[in-house]
Write a protein that binds this ligand. Sequence first.
Ligand code: AMP
Length: 568
Amino acid sequence: MSAGVVYGIDLGTTYSCVARVDRSGEPEVVPLSDGATTLPSVVLFVGPDDYVTGEPARRLARARADDVCALVKRRMGDGDWRFVSSGRAWSAPAVSSLILRALVSDVAFAAGESVRDVVITVPAYFGDEERCATVLAGQYAGLTVVDVINEPTAAALSYGFARFNADPPDTGPGGREEHEDVALVYDLGGGTFDVTVVELADRRVSVVAVDGDHQLGGADWDEKIALHLSRRVLDAHPDAEDPLDDSEAAQALLLAAEQAKRELSDRTRTTVRVEHDGHALTVPFSRDDLERLTAGLLERTVTLARSVLAAARARGVTRLDRALLVGGSSRMPAVARRLAAELGVPVELRDPDLAVAKGAALYGEKKAIERLVLADLVSRGQILDGAQPDTAAPEDLAAACRRLAEAFGLTAERVRRTVEVQVVNVVSRGFGVLALDRFGERSAVFLVHRNDRLPIAVRRSFGTVRDDQDVVTVHVVEQGGGVESTRVDDVKIIAQADITGIPPGFPAGTPIEITFRMGFDGILEVTALHEGLVDRPLTVRVETSAALSQADVARERDAVARLRRREG
Ligand code: AMP
């Protein structure tokens, strides 16, 4: 009997990585064919039918800039964006699918495993469209995307949050511990910073609040160091040209700066050799120097951490148990030290580059076990097909967990916990409809707000604008920027549908009742009901990216399937 492995994939902005849970229940990253654990998320289109991914593509990023697509994650959800190369145009899901395909074929090659079912991670701030685009990328790659999971949640799981893959402590006969845990996930990567409060309460893991700065990351630290080095060069050789004014010299300086920064995570001093304009200079550089130069950058992250904690408090989450560090830049010792001083809770640093993929693998294992428990309960007629495990009678659920535990050599309590703890999302952006305001202007009215907890069901009444109005168009919108704005130009229309065939005789102002429902899967269902058509409500399910039509999707899927991957 096999649980059918569900792999976890961190589809990152700069690097991607695959993990699975091993026989002992520990998550592990699956090495790729070149022995590396991560694949650069870069695609080089070699011609109309061939592509190259990963390190070889990245190395050619400069030489073949027009054919190399990097940072595609930033384009997810932007339906108008295309990467054009060799006369063909590729959407963000299509390019991402090539990265996924490369990962999966590498895993098949290196580990002899065929990957089909996956959980893919997404930033917590991703909206509906970006999540749908991510699922689409998986489908284009021929994968079954069992679920998407927020990156901070995945990171927290890999740190043992919610003790997903551990036996719960023995709480004595009949004792069931109601564990609560609140973590701040601090994710400082190369070019982005995300900070999130994640909570375990009522057997639910959810993101409580999200903040960050997508223009702040390790590269900013490198720049500060490079500036310092260029000043040292000019101090020693006042007649030399400023290395930062020369693009090649600036690039070399940045690389040296990054190298020094990494070294100073392990020791307290180093030297940097700078060659420029016929001069060579050895600059001593210490961890103290680094921390002094970059204190302002670190403070910016601390300010954002404070703000996310304030947002969590506003939502009633006042405790904080620990801080978890994610992203390569969180290896700088100043990060943990500063956060510990600021927050007064333990700060943990473990596998910061791989934590997200590992957490996704743990969640994947949960999904696999859950599927088996559900199948067992359904086959015995104890729940209906499609129902959740918590709809089963407690004794039936316990028996199903026992049977499964026996089959897999696990403890029943662990299986039960894996099934019971639910990973839920909050809404990352506001959703609403367009309506006329009191000045007769079209504006957005939000029914669902950022950080509202799922599941959601909200209802609100609007009115028709004319007597005998026979058609009402419902525009479903998503918040565009970081804050809700009622301006039509600031929102994204994600779906549009008409209530048609309204019989005459209804005056202007006749109520149209709009209901927004969003489940744990983040799929939005909008129902619009006109008094004259009570038996025929209009229902719109927003689950595929409105920006890519079904015809586009079908065409692209075929085109992607025909592409051949070349080894660099
Ligand atoms: P990521 O996007 O998570 O791979 O993070 C990459 C960033 O982490 C880059 O800015 C690296 O310079 C930085 N980084 C990686 N390792 C270290 C280290 N040991 N110390 C400091 N920064 C590091």
